[in-house]
Design a protein. Structure first.
Length: 672
C-alpha cells in the first residue's frame, strides 16, 4: 500500500464482502470465530444495506451496525465500510419514480434488483449524500474502520441513463465543454444529415433513432455518462473527506470495463481496487487476469492495489458455472499479489441463503465448513498471506507500456466503420499475450502520458488520438524509444473527425509510410504474410495497402490482392524505431514481431522460465522478490541463478533447478 494505507493495513489484507444483515445475530459470533481461524483481517461491510440502515427516509438504524462493528473490532478484523448506496431502498423509488433509470428505448428500469438509479438524479444524489453523511459522522472514529468503500461496481448494470433528467445533465455538460451551440455544431459535424441545432433544448442523449445516431454525439454521451457516475462518487467522496478525514477511500473497478474512464476515476481514489471473475473454462483466463492486474497497478500509478472481489469457487451468473480446479483460487490470488496487490478479498464471506446469488460460492459455504475443500483452501491461503508482511508496499516496475485510452476504445467500437470486427480488448490482448508468455512485465498508459520512463511502447489500434498525444508519441520515438503500432491508428481526432491528409495523418512521418487503402477481412477470411527471413504467417480481421515513404519492409502480404505489398514495416526515426503492423497476425507471428521489438528496445524478461510459468518481480529499495506461478497441471522446473528464501513456506532456495508443483507458487526473496 502507499504509506497512507500501510498505516491502517500493515499486513496483507485478506477477507471479503460481509453481509451480516442477511443473517440472524447468532451467526455473527461464528463468523468472527471463522474469520480468525482463516486469517481474515479485513471485510467489506454492508455493501447493500441501505434499506436496513435507513428503513424510512431520514430514520436511521445503526444499532445492528454498531454491534457488528464492535464485534469485528474485538475479533481483530478491520472494516472497509461500505457507503451502501449501490442499491437504493424501495421507499425512495416508490416516492420518486423519476429517480429510476431509463434505457435508450425509453424503458424505465424498476426496483427489485439493484443499481436502479439515474446517475444524474438529484433525488438519488441527495439521498445518497444524506446516508453517507450519517454513516461518516457515526463511524469516522470507530477503531475498526480501515477504509471507505463507495457504492459498488459503478455502472455495472446501469452505465448510462437516457431520461429527461439525464438529458438536462448532458446539455449542461456539453455547454461546459463547448460554450456555445455553434461550437457544438462544429464538434458534432451536424451539417451531415441535417442535424444542425439552433437551441440547446433540442439536444438529446443518443436515444433510439431510425439509424445510427451521430457518432460524435455518441462519443460525448459516453464521456458524459462516465462523468455523471463519477460525480456520484465525488459527492460521497467529498462527504467522507469532510466528516472522516484521513481515512482512505476506494470504489471497486471491474477490469477493462468499457463504460467508465478509469484513468479519471483512479485519480480520485486513495487506493485502486478491482473485481475479477475469471472463467475457469477459459484456457486464457490466467493471461486475462494478469492483464487486469497490470491495468490496476497502472491506474494507481504503481501503488499497491486491492483485489476486492473474486470467487473462491463457482459463480452463479454464467450459463454453466464451472468450478475452480484445486489450487486455482490460490494461484490466481498470488497472481494478483505478484502484480502489485496488497489485498486478496472475495465476494463473499458467507454464502447467501436467499436471493439471486445463493448459488454463488463464498469463503464459508452453505454446508459445514470443515467438510468443504474450498474452506480448507481459504484457511491455508489466509495463513500463508499472514506471513507475507515483507511483500506489503513493494512495487512492480515495467519498461514496456501498452497504450489504452477509454475514448479511443469508445470511438473505435462505434458502428459504421470499415469493419466492426476490430475489438479494442482483443487488440490489447494480441499484444499482451506475448509479453505475458515471455514474462516481460508491462504497464498500461494513456497516450497523453509522459512515456519517457519506458523503452518500448505498444499502440494496438489507437484509433482516436489528439494532436498533443501524437506529438508525445513522436517525441518518445525521436528520443530513442521503440514503438509498435497496429493498423487503424491515428484515424480520428477527439471529436471523431477524420485526420485529413493521408492515413494515418498524425503518424505518417513517424512511421515513414502512408496507408493508401483499407481492405478489412470478412469472418473467417485470412491473409498470408511472408517475413523477410522466409517465415510464413497468417493474419485476420484487417489488411491494408501501404505506400512506404522511408520505412523498410519486414514482412509482405502473399497471395491475396495485396500480394508482395508491405504487411509489417520498420522505420528509424530520430534515435528510435517505429514498427507498423497492417493486419492482426496470428499469435506466433505477433510474438515474432514483439520479440524483435523487445530486444531492439533492450528490454529483458524477469526470468527465462518454462512455458506456463509466470514470473513477476516486486521490490523495495532493500529487497527483491521474484514470484513464480505455475499455471500448469503438472510439475515444472525453473532454472534459478540466485539463491534465496521462499517466503511462502520459509524454505531456503538454492541456485539451479527449482521444482514447482501443479499450480504451485513460490516467492523467492533473493539473497539470504
Ligand atoms: C460483483 C458484485 C458482487 C456480486 C458478485 C457476484 O459484480 O460486485 O456484489 O454480485 O459480482 O459475482
Amino acid at each position: 500500500m502507499s504509506e497512507f494505507m500501510l498505516e491502517r493495513l500493515p499486513h496483507m489484507a485478506y477477507g471479503g464482502d460481509y453481509n451480516p444483515d442477511q443473517w440472524p445475530e447468532e451467526v455473527w459470533e461464528e463468523d468472527v470465530r471463522l474469520m480468525q481461524e482463516s486469517g481474515v483481517n479485513l471485510v467489506s461491510l454492508g455493501i447493500f444495506s441501505w434499506s436496513r440502515l435507513e428503513p424510512q427516509q431520514g430514520r436511521f438504524d445503526f444499532a445492528w451496525l454498531d454491534r457488528i462493528m464492535d464485534m469485528l473490532h474485538e475479533g481483530g478484523v478491520r472494516v472497509d465500510l461500505a457507503t451502501a448506496t449501490a442499491s437504493p431502498p424501495p421507499w425512495l423509488s416508490h416516492a420518486h419514480l423519476e429517480m429510476l433509470p431509463v434505457t435508450a428505448d425509453g424503458v424505465r428500469l424498476w426496483h427489485g434488483a439493484r443499481q436502479h438509479y439515474c446517475p444524474s438524479s438529484p433525488v438519488y444524489r441527495d439521498a445518497a449524500r444524506s446516508l453517507v453523511g450519517a454513516l461518516a459522522a457515526r463511524y469516522a472514529n470507530h477503531p475498526a474502520l480501515a477504509m471507505w468503500h463507495v457504492g459498488n461496481e459503478f455502472g455495472c448494470h446501469v452505465a448510462a441513463c437516457y431520461c429527461d433528467v439525464s438529458a438536462a445533465g448532458f446539455r449542461a455538460w456539453l455547454q461546459e465543454r463547448y460554450g456555445d451551440i455553434e461550437s457544438l455544431n462544429r464538434a458534432w459535424g451536424t451539417d451531415f444529415w441535417s442535424q444542425r441545432y439552433s437551441d440547446w433544448d433540442e439536444v438529446l442523449p443518443p436515444r433510439r433513432t431510425p439509424t445510427w445516431p451521430n457518432p460524435s454525439q455518441q462519443l460525448d454521451f459516453m464521456r458524459f455518462s462516465s462523468d455523471a457516475l463519477l460525480e456520484c462518487y465525488d459527492i460521497e467522496h467529498a462527504v467522507l473527506t469532510d466528516k472522516s478525514p484521513g481515512v482512505p477511500v476506494t470504489t471497486n473497478f471491474m477490469r477493462f470495463f468499457k463504460p467508465l474512464d478509469y484513468w479519471k476515476w483512479a485519480e480520485r481514489e486513495d487506493v485502486v481496487s478491482d473485481d475479477v471473475y475469471q472463467d475457469p473454462a477459459d484456457p486464457e483466463a490466467g493471461m486475462r487476469s494478469a492483464m487486469a492486474s497490470d491495468l490496476m497497478r497502472s491506474l494507481g500509478r504503481g501503488r499497491p492495489w486491492i483485489r476486492m472481489e473474486q470467487t473462491t469457487n463457482r459463480v452463479n451468473w454464467r450459463d454453466v458455472n464451472v468450478p475452480k480446479a484445486p489450487g486455482q483460487m490460490r494461484l490466481w490470488s498470488y497472481q494478483a499479489v505478484a502484480r502489485g496487490a496488497d489485498a486478496v478479498m472475495f465476494f463473499q464471506w458467507r454464502q447467501s441463503r436467499a436471493g439471486a446469488e445463493k448459488f454463488h460460492s463464498a469463503m464459508v459455504p452453505h454446508g459445514r465448513p470443515e467438510s468443504s475443500p474450498t474452506w480448507h483452501e481459504v484457511v491455508k491461503l489466509g495463513r500463508e498471506l499472514g506471513g507475507l508482511d515483507a511483500v506489503c508496499g513493494s512495487r512492480v516496475t515495467a519498461e514496456v507500456a501498452i497504450l489504452h485510452d477509454w475514448d479511443s476504445w469508445w470511438a473505435l467500437e462505434l458502428p459504421s466503420k470499415p469493419s466492426i470486427r476490430i475489438n479494442h480488448v482483443a487488440q490489447l490482448e494480441s499484444y499482451y499475450r506475448h509479453l505475458f508468455d515471455a514474462n516481460v512485465t508491462t504497464d498500461f498508459a494513456r497516450s497523453s502520458d509522459d512515456l519517457s520512463a519506458y523503452r518500448l511502447v505498444l499502440a494496438p489500434s489507437v484509433y482516436l488520438i489528439s494532436d498533443e498525444a501524437a506529438a508525445k508519441l513522436t517525441a518518445f520515438v525521436e528520443a530513442g524509444g521503440t514503438l509498435v503500432m497496429s493498423f487503424f491508428s491515428g484515424i480520428v481526432d477527439p471529436f471523431e473527425h477524420i485526420w485529413l491528409g493521408g492515413y494515418p495523418a498524425p503518424f505518417r512521418r513517424l512511421l515513414g509510410l502512408e496507408v493508401v487503402d483499407w481492405l478489412p477481412l470478412s469472418d473467417g477470411e485470412q491473409v498470408v504474410l511472408r517475413f523477410n527471413e522466409g517465415a510464413m504467417a497468417r493474419g485476420d480481421v484487417w489488411s491494408e495497402q501501404i505506400a512506404p515513404a522511408g520505412a523498410e519492409v519486414l514482412a509482405r502480404f502473399s497471395g491475396s490482392s495485396l500480394d508482395g505489398q508491405p504487411a509489417v514495416t520498420s522505420h528509424r526515426f530520430g534515435q528510435g524505431r517505429a514498427i507498423y503492423v497492417a493486419t492482426r497476425p496470428d499469435p506466433a507471428a505477433m510474438a515474432r514481431v514483439l520479440k524483435s521489438a523487445v530486444s531492439e528496445a533492450g528490454v529483458k524478461p524477469v526470468l527465462e522460465a518454462p512455458a506456463g510459468v509466470e514470473v513477476v518481480r516486486r521490490s523495495t529499495p532493500r529487497s527483491s522478490m521474484v514470484f513464480l506461478l505455475n499455471h500448469r497441471d503438472g510439475h515444472v522446473e525453473v532454472p534459478l541463478s540466485d539463491p534465496g528464501v521462499n517466503l511462502v513456506d520459509g524454505s531456503e532456495v538454492h541456485r539451479g533447478l527449482f521444482r514447482l508443483g501443479p499450480r504451485g507458487v513460490a516467492i523467492i526473496r533473493e539473497g539470504w
